[in-house]
Design a protein around this ligand. Structure first.
Ligand code: RIB
Length: 313
């Protein structure tokens, strides 16, 4: 079945530089390696993931009335994403992210200038809900009031809500979200939200219990990077290991993971199968450069999974 997913989140253009090493304080580093402008933003990365996996993807976001905004809207349309609710702000520019990627392990450092993302209103979101979604996916790279509005509309209409808790926002209290199907932070988000760094099974469990106390959620899924993910259903937990790949760029891997997790969960309702599927999708993403350009198609995820099963990696 083709589910309609409404993604309420952010859209950015990423300025990406690959570095042999990061500059120290006060240091200027000349890097000839690569420097690119690519489509990104946590929302773009997620909505493109849903589309490439085969969902009926609808995007609710705000871009500027500028060349970057036009470029992003063209890209979404090419991906088959419903762009009726990608609104334009005439005053604020399209969001921008400055990303440094380390050559050695693909690790990144990101600074976001939210621009038009900050102007997404409750009215914009209410309008987007007229698409009659089967699932709503939200991230925290938009104003707190917009996250809460999306959660409220989903609750009122009894539509499953998927919450990717990134990026962590100082002062943002998850409690306002109320209810969710899946709540999924990464390690740093988990630590910021709970005060517990999920570096051991015991700490993962403690943090997951604390998160489940903040939001009435069916599942907490902690994204643990190269260690995999920790799935907690309120009673039992499972560790889903990651696959060893040569990491080129980890940007967007977390967005791909949570979107693929939500997609697969909506398809079959099996959280562990969904986590395994999402682990494959995220692994393909880290072997590629860039945010949106790194998002795999359904066939690419299946091919990678088959390779792993046959022991080719
Ligand atoms: O999660 C990766 C994304 O974070 C980048 O694409 C960047 O735009 C920021 O939103």
């Amino acid at each position: 079945m083709k589910h309609r997913i409404l993604v309420v989140s952010s859209a950015n253009i990423d300025f990406v530089q690959r570095m042999a090493r990061l500059p120290r304080q006060g240091e200027t580093v000349l890097e000839d390696a690569t420097c690119k402008y690519v489509a990104g933003g946590k929302g773009s990365n997620s909505v493109v993931t849903f589309a490439r996996l085969g969902a009926d993807a609808v995007f609710c976001a705000k871009v500027g009335r500028d060349e970057n905004g036009a470029r992003l809207k063209r890209l979404y349309a090419e991906e088959g994403i419903d762009t009726r609710f990608v609104f334009e702000d005439s005053a604020a520019p399209t969001g921008l992210a400055s990303i440094l990627v380390e050559e050695e392990d693909g690790a990144n450092r990101i600074i976001v200038y939210p621009g038009a993302n900050s102007t997404l209103t409750d009215e914009n979101i209410e309008e987007a809900f007229t698409c009659y979604p089967d699932g709503v996916f939200v991230q925290l790279e938009i104003p707190e009031q917009a996250v809460l509005a999306a959660a409220r509309f989903a609750r009122e209409k009894e539509i499953p809500l998927f919450v990717d808790a990134g990026p962590v926002r100082p002062g943002f209290s998850l409690e306002g979200i109320g209810r969710a199907e899946i709540l999924s932070p990464n390690e740093t988000e988990c630590a910021a939200l709970t005060g517990i760094y999920p570096d051991s099974v015991e700490n993962c469990l403690k943090a997951a219990i604390r998160l489940a106390g903040m939001v009435e959620t069916k599942y907490v899924v902690l994204k643990l990077g190269g260690r995999g993910s920790f799935v907690y259903d309120g009673k039992y937990y499972h560790l889903v290991p990651a696959h060893k790949v040569q990491a080129v760029d980890t940007t967007a891997a977390g967005d791909v993971f949570t979107a693929a997790l939500s997609y697969a969960y909506l398809q079959k309702g099996d959280i562990l199968e969904a986590a395994r599927f999402a682990t494959y999708a995220a692994a393909v993403s880290v072997t590629r450069e860039g945010a949106v350009p790194s998002v795999p198609t359904l066939q690419q995820v299946k091919d990678f999974a088959a390779e792993i099963r046959e022991g080719g990696r």
